[in-house]
Write a protein that binds this ligand. Structure first.
Ligand code: CNA
Length: 287
């Protein structure tokens, strides 16, 4: 049966925007959970928004369940749809980080970032300089042969992926495929549905959940487990801020603050104020 998770009580009273700024300002161990929404303004479509990748998959492949495209069992059966769309999310090219990424980096340079758990696979965290990041769903940095497990740098399959071709393993490609064996296809090491998350997630998540004093959830539909459960694992006393186009989460994840809109715009307003208040503090101290 379904387990009952009680509705979460709110822990901070936020009357206005300045008190949100104060809350961020005074927090020392901020856990930031991000998803595809933070990269939409960079030109990378998310999954579930209208016009996002799921709509594209429905239109192009007639797949009723577009998440099949990122399902490991479907991939074994037919890798073509994935490699037709992979170029749209392959990192590099002219893509640059968004203001939302820079906001996370700013929190980090102020020494307040406990960790950025990202579900994204576009590499924009690293590009914006964020160091304390966990790529929960892996990345395109490497790719692994489905058959012989040989691992190669992601760069070495770029050309194939951008040309919508299926990259094949150089180590075992000439050996005939035996019955019950997978084909020697190089699959980028992004975590598909049905695959285990990266070790760094399991290595850090318990301690991070215990130590966090604020959580900011940004640009995610909170639909993919186990990452989606992070907010409900936090101590109920830890305040939670949502920055997203729409309200997400369950009653056990209720957000103390919901800043709804495009994350870059919300974050711009926050960053302006954070800058202001740090200047005020500096002036106070020098007087
Ligand atoms: P999702 O399910 O597509 O949800 C995105 C959420 O962000 C939705 O709630 C949107 O309303 C919201 N959103 C979209 N644009 C904005 C914006 N500009 N400002 C604020 N909010 C916005 O994506 P999730 O990340 O929640 O789902 C998890 C999947 C998506 C992960 O496994 C990713 O690997 C995967 N994904 C990643 C990328 C990427 O790396 N950039 C792109 C597409 C999908």
């Amino acid at each position: 049966g379904k387990s009952f998770v009680p509705e979460r009580e709110l822990v901070v009273e936020v009357q206005n925007f300045s008190s949100v700024v104060d809350l961020i300002q005074k927090s020392k161990k901020i856990l930031v959970l991000t998803g595809a929404g933070v990269s939409v303004s960079c030109g990378i479509p998310d999954f579930r928004s209208p016009g996002g990748l799921y709509d594209t998959v429905r239109d192009r492949f007639g797949l009723e369940e577009p998440q099949a495209l990122f399902d490991i069992n479907f991939f074994k059966f037919n890798p073509n749809p994935f490699f037709t769309l992979a170029k749209d999310i392959f990192p590099g090219g002219n893509v640059v980080p968004s203001l939302a990424h820079r906001f996370v980096r700013k929190i980090e340079t102020k020494g307040q970032l406990l960790r950025n758990y990202t579900q994204n696979i576009d590499g924009l965290e690293k590009m914006s300089g964020i160091e304390r990041v966990i790529h929960c769903h892996g990345s395109f940095a490497t790719a692994t042969c489905r058959r012989c497990q040989n691992q190669v740098p992601g760069e070495s399959i770029r050309e194939e992926v951008l040309a919508e071709r299926i990259p094949v393993c150089n180590v075992c490609r000439d050996r005939p495929v035996e019955q019950g064996e997978e084909k020697p296809i190089l699959k980028p090491d992004i975590v598909f549905f049905g695959e285990k998350l990266v070790n760094a997630f399991f290595d850090n998540v318990n301690a991070d959940i215990e130590n966090a004093d604020l959580m900011i959830v940004m640009g995610t539909s909170l639909k993919v487990a186990p990452v989606a459960r992070l907010p409900s694992l936090l101590d109920t006393k830890v305040p939670r801020i949502l920055i997203n186009r729409e309200v997400v989460g369950s009653s056990s994840q209720r957000f103390d603050v919901e800043l709804l809109g495009n994350c870059d715009e919300v974050v711009k307003a926050l960053m302006d104020r954070l800058d202001d208040s740090s200047q005020v503090t500096e002036r106070d101290e020098s007087e």
